[in-house]
Design a protein around this ligand. Structure first.
Ligand SMILES: [Zn+2]
Ligand SMILES: [Zn+2]
Length: 133
């Protein structure tokens, strides 16, 4: 029997994609070779790096096209919306066996294939109150 290793999980915090982030990401992504639309972006930001202590979460916003293209990542803090967008090269691990890590280069924690989704969905939406009239 193989030794069962302790399960490791992604952070899993989520946040919504506000319109301002859509505009920022699409303007950063635009280039001569490729055109992007809102449909190319992830519907929700999910922090996919391993459970971490720091307050900053990273969610992939848009996978850039092209052979050496990286990914646009949005950063946010607990309790706030996305505050920055960075283009970061993809993590090089796993390319040689054709199952590349889906994180960014230099990420903390384990590679994507070492991590599972958390057993509970970690909700961090800024829940809005709605008045019924
Ligand atoms: Zn996180
Ligand atoms: Zn990796």
């Amino acid at each position: 029997m193989p030794v069962r290793r302790a399960q490791r999980f992604i952070c899993g915090r989520r946040t919504l994609v506000p319109d301002a982030l859509v505009r920022t990401v699409l303007s950063l992504a635009a280039d001569d070779a490729y055109a992007y639309t809102r449909e190319d972006m992830f519907a929700t930001l999910v922090c996919t790096i391993e459970v971490h202590k720091g307050p900053v979460h990273y969610g992939a916003a848009l996978n850039l096209r092209g052979p050496e293209a990286g990914t646009l990542w949005a950063l946010w803090r607990d309790g706030g919306g996305p505050s920055a967008v960075l283009e970061i090269p993809d993590c090089p691990a796993g390319r040689e066996v054709d199952s590349p890590c889906s994180e960014f280069e230099g990420h903390s924690g384990g590679h994507s294939w070492e991590l599972d989704d958390p057993p509970r969905i970690a909700t961090a939406f800024p829940l809005r109150r709605q008045a019924w009239t």
